[in-house]
Design a protein around this ligand. Structure first.
Ligand code: FEO
Ligand code: CA
Ligand code: CA
Length: 558
């Protein structure tokens, strides 16, 4: 199953909700959905595009979304906005993914947005910092508000006269929340259930070849805690940060999965075969025989990188989950049946998948420095993985790992690794998180310096100031350089980059502006500067001549 760029190019972006015959497909978290033309541009145009000069933005600590020359933005939807008579847009938007209704019209479609977590101070009015024993003071009403504001949103969005707006009350508009029932895609119940309640911690995600959304449950233990096992395999329950388990008795094992959502009716299911851990994203590749390969990372210090290879076409259930030994370049099977070390410890394959982290460690998987987003290079088929940082190992600035599967085959069980870029002052970025290739194969990247360390004297992050958006051009004089093109509002992180099918818009989430606020009367940010005078997470559309020019290079036959 060799990587075939022609195949990739010919099918890249044939995603559309009306296009029901599933095309061969390659697309990932934050990747794009564009019918790629290969017409040759004029020599003059070609020269101009190759000479395209990007003006780098200097790091800034200003409370604003700053963009380099040639880019503009407008807010599409923000926390609290009505999306229908019944529902409003949730908090802390992360992953975004846009699928047009009709591939011939890239300006009208459905936008999926993850809502990762809440800041109770803003959402439910509860200030944890006011109490030594906060859980004694929490109310059901507060927890219910918080549960409503996580999960995801489906909104119909349309571009008219250069501006994207939501189509309020469109029948597709709906919320998926921490209370939405959903099926487990598995033959065995988990903690006695085959249908579970809700999703939360929805960080990044992906898209399937059959045009549904994938949403990844990352820091799930923050909400309902975790079951932990000692050396005698005795279980204890660790409590959560938010204390939802004091109001709703939902087992931790129902969370930490990859969730698939049908855009058309909002039906959701959780994919057990992809394992349970702090999933950052899920990036799919469809093989020629329609089996799928799914890459997914566990965003925690010293955790692992996984890939699932299905044994049946279009299945995210039948198949094998592997974990990476990056030292020896091997994918190790989390297979209870055939791995004695797993049979000794776990009672069955379901338990292996629920306790995937422990199983991975028993197999000798390599500990990585917070593997986050994963994208497949559209030109080479190489796989890029951000390793955000690992402060406990003195890796403060992170790096981008490159994986080359043997013979370019995505179902290969061996691979080579190398470091593509290292974070730090020399390269002008720190803590890489989300990635997205544009239509020309330029790599876009966001940073995630944590709010508690950003702009603080006692951390090595001062030179980078606020978080940013960066691009690594593929061509021309800046090829391979990391160039900052946006700077986030105070305390915020830029997340969920996703290109519209015509390459003219970059959808981007502005997550947790003003996160360090302790008093609503004096918020640390007021972005997006609306009448409420408090910070609000929002999804923006980034447009402008620069984005169009960078995406036009794709029209050149290479
Ligand atoms: Fe939610 Fe790993 O970022
Ligand atoms: Ca992230
Ligand atoms: Ca992150």
């Amino acid at each position: 199953m060799k990587y075939n760029r022609r195949k990739f190019i010919s099918f890249l972006g044939k995603a559309s909700l009306g296009f029901m015959v599933t095309p061969p497909f390659l697309i990932g978290c934050g990747n794009t959905a564009m019918p790629v033309k290969t017409k040759r541009l004029s020599e003059e145009k070609f020269r101009q595009l190759k000479d395209l000069a990007l003006e780098a933005l200097s790091p800034s600590n200003k409370d604003d979304l700053l963009l380099t020359k040639g880019l503009d933005y407008h807010v599409i939807v923000k926390w609290g906005d009505k999306i229908s008579n019944k529902d409003s847009f949730g908090f802390n938007n992360d992953f975004t993914c846009f699928i047009p209704f009709d591939k011939k019209n890239p300006k009208d479609g459905l936008l999926w947005v993850n809502h990762e977590y809440v800041n109770p101070l803003f959402v439910s009015g509860f200030n944890f910092k006011n109490y030594d024993d906060p859980f004694r003071h929490r109310t059901l009403e507060q927890v219910d508000k918080e549960m409503y504001n996580v999960g995801g949103s489906i909104v119909r969005v349309k571009e008219e006269n250069g501006r994207w707006n939501i189509v309020e009350n469109d029948p597709h508009n709906r919320r998926i929340t921490a209370k939405t029932p959903m099926q487990l895609n598995w033959d065995h119940p988990i903690k006695g259930k085959t249908t579970v309640i809700g999703t939360h911690s929805n960080c990044s995600g992906g898209i399937t070849p059959w045009n549904t959304f994938l949403s990844c449950e990352e820091n799930y233990d923050s909400f309902f805690g975790e079951t932990e096992y000692d050396e005698n395999n005795t279980a204890t329950k660790r409590s959560s940060d938010y204390g939802w388990e004091n109001f709703y008795d939902y087992p931790p094992e129902h969370y930490g999965w990859v969730v698939e959502i049908d855009p058309k009716d909002g039906t959701a299911q959780k994919h057990i075969a992809l394992g349970r851990f702090a999933h950052e994203c899920c990036t799919l590749y469809e093989l020629d025989d329609k089996r799928v390969v799914a890459y997914t990372g566990d965003d925690k210090d010293d955790e692992h990188l996984y890939k699932f290879i299905s044994s049946k076409p279009g299945s995210l259930k039948a198949g094998t989950l592997y974990v990476a030994d990056t030292i020896n370049g091997k994918w190790l099977a989390l297979d209870w049946e055939n791995q004695p070390v797993l049979r000794n410890k776990f009672k069955d394959q379901t338990e292996v998948l629920i306790r995937a982290r422990e199983a991975a460690k028993l197999l000798g998987a390599t500990e990585l420095n917070r593997p986050e987003d994963i994208e497949i290079d559209p030109i080479t088929g190489n796989i890029f993985v951000t390793l955000t940082n690992n402060k406990s190992k003195n890796d403060f600035h992170g790096s981008i790992l490159k994986i080359e599967e043997t013979d370019g085959a995505f179902d290969s069980l061996t691979f080579k690794t190398s470091t593509y870029k290292v974070g730090g002052e020399e390269n002008g970025f720190s803590c890489p998180d989300n990635l997205a290739f544009d239509l020309s194969g330029n790599l876009w990247m966001t940073s995630d310096i944590s709010g508690s360390a950003m702009n603080k004297e006692n951390w090595p992050y001062m030179p980078f100031k606020n978080n940013g958006l960066f691009v690594i051009p593929r061509y021309g004089k800046d090829a391979g350089k990391v160039i900052q093109v946006a700077s986030a509002p105070k305390d915020a992180e830029l997340t969920g980059p996703w290109f519209s099918p015509d390459g003219k818009t970059l959808f981007l989430s502005i997550q947790h502006p003003g996160e360090q606020t302790t008093d609503l009367k004096t918020p640390t940010s007021k972005w997006p500067f609306d009448e409420d005078n408090i910070p609000k997470p929002a999804v923006v559309a980034i447009t402008g001549v620069l984005i169009e020019k960078m995406n036009m290079l794709n029209q050149i036959e290479m």
